[in-house]
Ligand binder design. Structure first.
Ligand code: UN1
Length: 502
């Protein structure tokens, strides 16, 4: 067990500046208090937005590759502090240390990606219909970006946004989850140190706004912020989207998932089972990409359920525990409320369940103030009611199917559309699935969680439609300008062949 105070003061030397009584931060490992912090007052949020607007005026004129250099150096800092930051991630959000390291690695990877991108913010050259005209597309910095992040990826999702926003020329305002503000302060500190060595005011380019929904709402409402990138529940997205739309801002939404894996008769179960287990019980089922449903062909569902339930029992018996211990695979839920939501979901499905494995509280004697659970696997019949809700916990339903069409119909029947997977060795099934899955992510022989940063990340339907991280997601952080230049000496022609002789 690391010395918690020593870890906090080494990563956040100015922690005292943030102390107060508004936010009580507890470690989900044992429910013990880590710190009490002060939330930003409305006037302070306003001031921070003003500072971001001011920083934008100079940052947008710094050449993009130079902006990339700052992000490169930030990536170096992250490499240097990977172990301590990963430990703080584990301490504050409860994911196992191996995944804490993975989360910081994801930050390093997106920094590398953004550095390369800083020399590739390409626009098009478009053929003009008029003689001696050049038409081109320019991608220009957008302005301050608000990043609202969730507890489960307390730092990686911020970095997907901030690394891209910074190379695109946009300062960032970060409102972390009230459950994980310490990791945000640690990242801010590393960023400010990097920025001051680089010779810019890091406190304008990136700022943390501490608080709850109230402070988040101020960012959402403010017309000085052209882009709000928010990760959280569908309910949160439904509240944010109309407010941003009413002021003609852009919202980039990463909301709930209800992800499924289809397992076909041709699947290699040695490939399928580990993917299902990581997706279902990894991160204690608290990823937006976690596997919530396994839709298995009737011919294999008995065998699959037997194998999975054996693994669930084994994990429940010996692999649930302190996430800092290297042998643990399932850490605690974030808090008691998450535990209660899981129990409510289990009670709701119980009348229809053919079999339920796990789901009860674990380690209650050792950690009376924390919420550890035995991961839960529920076997259902073919005609179970639609499982519309995302339960943010290790709770997975196994559902049988007869035809692939039916499997895809069950798969697409939920309101969310984030991640999906099929386990098959049949090329036809794989291609049909990619075509008809309605999700932003559709994997073959890979589970639903654990996406690489290089692809665009996000989903359709109630997941919100946003794409962040890789591919061309950077375009959300810039404004597109079409520019036509006439360089001839003759009288310029009008488009569409119009004559307008005076
Ligand atoms: C999230 O849970 O909000 O694909 C993000 C994954 C991770 C990111 C999850 N790279 O599971």
């Amino acid at each position: 067990m690391p010395d918690r105070d020593a870890l906090l003061t080494s990563l956040i030397p100015d922690l005292d500046r943030h102390r107060g009584d508004d936010l009580v931060v507890r470690s989900p490992i044992d429910g013990k208090e880590l710190a009490r912090l002060r939330a930003d007052r409305p006037s302070e949020v306003d001031e921070k937005i003003g500072r971001a607007v001011f920083a934008f005026r100079t940052w947008r004129d710094v050449p993009a590759p130079r902006r990339g250099e700052l992000v490169r150096r930030f990536g170096e800092q992250l490499r240097k502090h990977k172990e301590s930051l990963a430990t703080l991630v584990t301490l504050e959000c409860g994911k196992i240390i191996e995944e804490g390291r993975g989360e910081v690695q994801e930050m390093i990877d997106i920094c590398d990606f953004a550095v390369g991108l800083s020399r590739q913010l390409y626009g098009l050259t478009i053929a003009s219909e008029r003689p001696n005209h050049v038409m081109q597309e320019n991608w220009l910095p957008l302005g301050p970006v608000a990043i609202i992040s969730a507890f489960n990826f307390p730092v990686a999702v911020w970095s997907w946004n901030s690394a891209l926003a910074l190379v695109c020329g946009d300062p960032c305002l970060w409102k972390p989850s009230e459950k994980t503000p310490l990791t945000a302060l640690a990242c801010q500190r590393l960023f400010e140190d990097t920025a001051s060595e680089f010779g810019v005011d890091g406190n304008g380019l990136s700022q943390v706004v501490l608080g709850t929904g109230e402070q988040g709402a101020m960012l959402v409402q403010d017309p000085r912020i052209p882009l709000v990138s928010a990760t959280g529940s569908c309910r949160m997205g439904q509240a944010i989207a109309p407010i941003v739309a009413a002021r003609f801002g852009r919202a980039l939404l990463e909301l709930g998932g209800n992800n499924a894996i289809i397992v076909t008769p041709s699947a290699d179960l040695d490939v399928a089972v580990p993917s299902i287990l990581f997706g279902s019980v990894g991160t204690a089922g608290q990823r937006c990409t976690s596997t919530r449903r396994v839709i298995a062909h009737r011919s294999i569902v008995d065998r699959l359920f037997a194998t999975l339930s054996g693994a669930y029992r084994q994990i429940g018996a010996s692999k649930v525990g302190d996430p800092l211990s290297p042998s643990t695979l399932v850490g605690p839920l974030i808090d008691q409320a998450a535990y209660e939501m899981m129990q409510t979901a289990i009670e709701r499905i119980r009348p229809e369940a053919l079999e339920i494995v796990g789901g009860d509280r674990a380690l209650a004697d050792t950690y009376p103030d924390a919420a550890y659970v035995h991961p839960c696997l529920v076997r259902l019949g073919a005609n179970s009611k639609t499982l519309d809700d995302e339960t943010f916990a290790p709770l997975t339903y196994v559902i049988p199917y007869d035809t692939l069409e039916e499997a895809i119909e069950i798969h697409n029947s939920v309101p969310q559309g984030l991640s999906s997977a099929i386990m098959t060795t049949d090329l036809r099934e794989a291609e049909a699935f990619k075509r008809y899955s309605d999700c932003g992510i559709a994997n073959v022989n890979i589970g639903t969680s654990g996406a690489e940063i290089g692809g665009a990340f996000g989903g359709e339907k109630e997941t919100g439609g946003g794409r962040e991280s890789g591919s061309d997601s950077w375009k959300a952080y810039m404004r597109r300008q079409t520019s036509t230049t006439f360089f001839g000496r003759e009288k310029p022609a009008l488009a569409q062949g119009i004559t307008f002789d005076v």
